[in-house]
Design a protein around this ligand. Structure first.
Ligand code: AVI
Length: 333
């Protein structure tokens, strides 16, 4: 049975810091120092993330795509349940990973109404143009919004039901309590019979996926993830007139077994003082001190089912790759 649901479905997570300036001041005066992962995704950061998804070490995108390649028609048919499916995607970005699902929905019903939601207007515009060119049966209605703060879904027509895509392991970048709160908020924004399709990266196991597989995915040989991580400092230099010297910080990955998460940090290699002009602020770093920039949680089978059900969804269906590295869940509201 459902837990208590938040009373306002539109405010999903903490809304305290809204600007880069406030966020950076708070994060760099905290102990330990921290900056939130949404700061990665300016235009350069979004391009770097697209390159990450093509790296040999970054198995997440490849494996999730292989699950969709095998099972998208079944997923879309189950979600539609004989009605017209409307596809909503939260955190859509370039929407590349979505094409197999959209193609399956189009094979099933012809015209598909697709509603990608993202903070990046440029990514949404690119996605819309590409879809219009390459998949004319998909009618794209982008919505620029931060789904963690404000998730308003446009009403469905009679005979239509939604499937909300929350794929690519995006849920892994939230603390477990935030993830639960997001799912509860989403459940409240949905109508009964709508569903969520959730892509989740799984924890290492004794006999299959190793911790080395995980750390390699976040510390690739070509150094693209290091560049992605350091892009946060590039952004602070540009947008807040800071003077971070990129060579005096190193990209660091930690597997936190207790929390079942990969952590990304930027480690100061020397004692140093950074000036951030726009904040009229100096920040001291000791050699070895880090800024914690991202968590990427890896869930165990069973935990996701519980989280979905306590958010008010029904018992989910689950698909996995053969080796059990990644899972996709479909649960009905
Ligand atoms: C977007 N998100 C699911 C990625 C992840 O795997 O946690 C972000 C990322 N960080 C480093 N590499 C990729």
């Amino acid at each position: 049975s459902a837990e208590i649901l938040p009373s306002d479905p539109c405010v999903l997570l903490d809304t305290s810091c809204t600007t880069i300036a406030e966020t950076v001041r708070e994060g760099l005066t905290a102990s330990p120092k921290t900056l939130p992962p949404w700061l990665f995704y300016d235009r350069d950061g979004s391009d770097l993330f697209d390159r990450i998804t093509q790296l040999p070490e970054y198995y997440l995108t490849r494996i999730e795509r292989s699950i969709f390649a095998a099972d998208a028609p079944e997923m879309m048919a189950l979600a539609a349940c004989g009605e017209k499916l409307r596809v909503v995607e939260i955190g859509a970005g370039s929407a590349d990973k979505t094409r197999l699902l959209l193609a399956a929905a189009a094979d099933m019903q012809g015209r598909v109404s697709y509603h990608p939601v993202d903070v990046s207007e440029s990514a949404l515009e690119e996605a819309k143009e590409r879809l219009q060119r390459e998949m004319p049966e998909i009618h794209c209605h982008p919505q620029v919004a931060d789904y963690t703060r404000d998730l308003r879904l446009t009403p469905c027509f009679d005979g239509e039901r939604r499937v909300v895509l929350f794929i690519g392991s995006s849920i892994g970048n939230f603390l477990p309590e935030e993830a639960s709160s997001l799912l509860r908020g989403l459940r409240l924004a949905l109508d009964r019979g709508d569903s969520i399709l959730l892509g989740v990266d799984l924890a290492p196991t004794a006999d299959g996926k190793s911790i080395a597989n995980l750390t390699a995915a976040y510390d690739d040989g070509a150094g693209v993830t290091a560049q992605f991580n350091k892009n946060m400092l590039v952004r602070l230099n540009r947008e807040l007139d800071a003077d971070f010297d990129l060579d005096s910080f190193a990209h660091r990955i930690r597997w936190n077994e207790d929390e079942s998460r990969i952590e990304m940090h930027l480690e100061s290699l020397i004692d140093q003082r950074i000036r951030i002009d726009a904040l009229d602020m100096n920040v001291e770093f000791a050699a070895g001190e880090t800024i914690h920039t991202e968590n990427s949680y890896k869930y165990r089978i069973g935990e996701v089912e519980k989280m979905l059900q306590s958010a008010g969804f029904g018992h989910p269906q689950r698909w996995r790759d053969e080796d059990g590295w990644f899972a996709v869940y479909l649960a009905q509201a």
